[in-house]
Structure formats: C-alpha cells, structure tokens
Design a protein around this ligand. Structure first.
Ligand SMILES: [Zn+2]
Length: 63
C-alpha cells in the first residue's frame, strides 16, 4: 500500500508521521486495512490446506 504518501488534510504533513489526531486515526485505519489485506490470503491458504488434509484423510479412510 502507498498510505505513506498520503498527506493529511488537517495538518498537511504525511499521514504516516502521525503529527495530529487526524493523521493517527487515518494511519490506524489504513494499517488495519493492510493487516486484513495481508491476513486474508494467508487465512485462505490455511483453510485450503486444512480442507486438502481433511479430504486426504477421508479418502485414506474409505479406500
Ligand atoms: Zn494530520
């Protein structure tokens, strides 16, 4: 993400520096979005791996 390039409408400083409450609120929100954006693919991969393991286990048991 490029949130470090954002300039605050309140203090005109880079949001990433968190110089005012508006900066910090925006930075917090954007970092949370980054966190979820990076978490979701990992969660999907983990879910897929668990599903494959469950299917493999079932196939092994029924065979
Ligand atoms: Zn600001």
């Amino acid at each position: 993400m490029t949130y470090d390039r954002l300039v605050c409408a309140n203090c005109a400083a880079p949001v990433n520096e968190g110089r005012c409450p508006v900066c910090r609120a925006n930075r917090e929100r954007l970092q949370q979005e980054n966190f979820f954006a990076s978490l979701n693919p990992m969660a999907l991969i983990a879910l897929l791996a668990a599903l494959i393991a469950a299917v493999a286990l079932l196939a092994h048991q029924t065979a």
